[in-house]
Design a binder for this molecule. Structure first.
Ligand code: F0G
Length: 461
């Protein structure tokens, strides 16, 4: 008998053992809370938030295996057993030779930027990330964008919007010379482009080109397993390979990495720097002592390193990634049913709503994405994040960057929310969309010097 009408749904490969209770708020309470927070969702108190989609960073639910591994943490100041476990896991699954733990990703970026970048250097990359670019700039370098044009177009459905445009890279190399380029900065699953992947073919081409010139490729591998999932789904020749195999192949095409373990690796805090070069490792081992802690704990407790080691292995499980990215896809499809304009294809770690399209009556100086994030909170207590002109910040000369993408990120913590939460989120976005024409923009009334999106304050126009 043919059962072609029977739908077969997928579901999460885990069950819930403990829950965290949430506070429910009224609209009046939310209007007051967001005003007090200067219309910046970063400044809300999390207890006033119902569904927290601010970030997927450090907000993951750890497994019972991770929690029990924490009890094995070796809290020795030097030579902790937990460090060797983490080092061994990174060597086995990612393939990098030398490992320096750090308290989170940006600490690894700080150390690596200080070691590799000299004043006047240029760092080409597949779209900026806020902290990564800032550390490159603080070390005296200038970031230059070499991602394909499609990445800046929220309507392009290119399957690998994270790809490097090799012609753009060649132009940069011609202009500055290979000596001025300490490395190419490559993020897997590009956050600011909407969680979009890089293809293996592109990475191979990049490797071949940089090898000839003696330029390093440094890998921001924060969401590498999510990138690998998309390669498995979309790239020819990879559908039979496991995510673990694909991740290892990606890493093999690069020379070193920085990692925020708070994303892919399913922990609440932690990161590391990795390199295949002894000299770089030696220098990093010296520097980590100044900024983080001894090189066998680097700002982490032994128990944190244990949890990361287990989380890395769990992140490479095909069923885990299927459920993780499947949930994001479910939310994205729901939003599209309600005509909410989102970045396509649907990305790995969240839904990115196109605020320029959502609120076309606002100019970019009226902060459409910041405005929309505040309106989402008022509507339902769902906390999202601006990823547009506020996040882009100012150039070293003080001018605003005006990014093409003006997005609100609905970021999905891993293993935290249910499908019913997804329905509530999509319905709330639809409700705000229905009354979009009556929404007014914002004016910035306080601007911090660095990474302004975290602490800037706004007023309603
Ligand atoms: N690289 C990427 C691609 C990131 O997304 C982040 C953090 C970092 C580096 C820095 O790592 O936070 O551990 O210091 N992204 C978070 C986010 C903050 O919400 O996207 P960190």
């Amino acid at each position: 008998m043919k059962n072609s009408l029977v739908k077969r749904s997928w579901a999460e490969p885990y069950k819930i053992k403990m829950v965290e209770l949430l506070k429910m708020t009224t609209k009046a309470q939310r209007i007051k809370a967001i005003k007090e927070a200067g219309y910046n969702t970063f400044l809300l108190k999390s207890e006033d938030v119902y569904i927290d989609l601010l970030t997927d960073s450090g907000t993951n639910a750890m497994s019972d295996v991770q929690w029990s591994a924490m009890m094995l943490g070796d809290e020795a100041y030097a030579g902790s057993k937990s460090y060797y476990k983490l080092e061994g896991t990174i060597q086995k699954y990612y393939g990098y030779k030398y490992v320096i733990p750090t308290h989170q990703g940006r600490a690894a970026e700080n150390i690596l930027s200080k070691i590799l970048i000299k004043k006047g250097d240029v760092i080409p990359g597949n779209m900026y990330f806020t902290t990564t670019r800032l550390h490159q700039e603080l070390a005296g370098g200038t970031f230059t964008d070499i991602i394909i044009d499609e990445a800046h177009d929220p309507t392009s459905e290119h399957p690998f919007k994270g790809n490097v445009d090799m012609a753009k890279l060649e132009k940069v190399v011609k202009k500055y010379g290979a000596k001025k380029i300490p490395y190419i900065s490559i993020a897997t699953n590009v956050n600011m482009a909407g969680g979009q992947p890089v293809s293996m073919a592109n990475l191979k081409e990049l490797r071949a080109y940089t090898k000839k010139l003696g330029i390093r490729v440094i890998h921001d591998m924060t969401r590498v397993a999510e990138n690998a999932f998309f390669i498995q789904q979309r790239e020819k020749g990879y559908d039979k390979k496991s995510i673990a195999q694909i991740v290892k192949e990606i890493c093999s095409l690069t020379d070193g990495a920085t990692m925020s373990a708070k994303k892919d690796a399913l922990v609440n805090i932690g990161g590391f720097m990795a390199t295949n070069e002894w000299d770089v490792f030696e220098e990093a081992r010296n520097m980590v002592v100044v900024y983080e802690g001894l090189h066998t704990y680097g700002g982490l407790a032994g128990r944190d390193m244990e949890a990361i080691a287990v989380g890395i292995v769990e992140s490479l499980d095909d069923n885990h990634q299927h459920a993780r990215i499947g949930q994001v896809e479910y939310l994205g499809n729901k939003m599209m049913e309600y005509n909410v304009p989102i970045v396509l294809p649907i990305g790995g770690h969240g839904i990115f709503v196109d605020a320029k399209k959502f609120l076309p009556h606002l100019t970019q100086d009226q902060f459409p994405a910041q405005t929309l994030a505040a309106e989402m909170y008022i509507d339902s207590g769902v906390r999202t994040m601006e990823r547009g002109i506020v996040s882009a910040g100012r150039k070293p000369n003080g001018d605003n960057y005006y990014p093409k993408l003006e997005l609100v990120r609905f970021t999905m913590p891993r293993r935290v929310y249910t499908q019913a939460h997804m329905d509530v989120i999509a319905e709330s976005a639809a409700a705000v969309y229905d009354r979009r024409k009556s929404i007014k923009g914002l004016k910035m009334i306080y601007e911090p010097k660095y990474l302004r999106f975290f602490q800037a304050k706004f007023e309603k126009l």
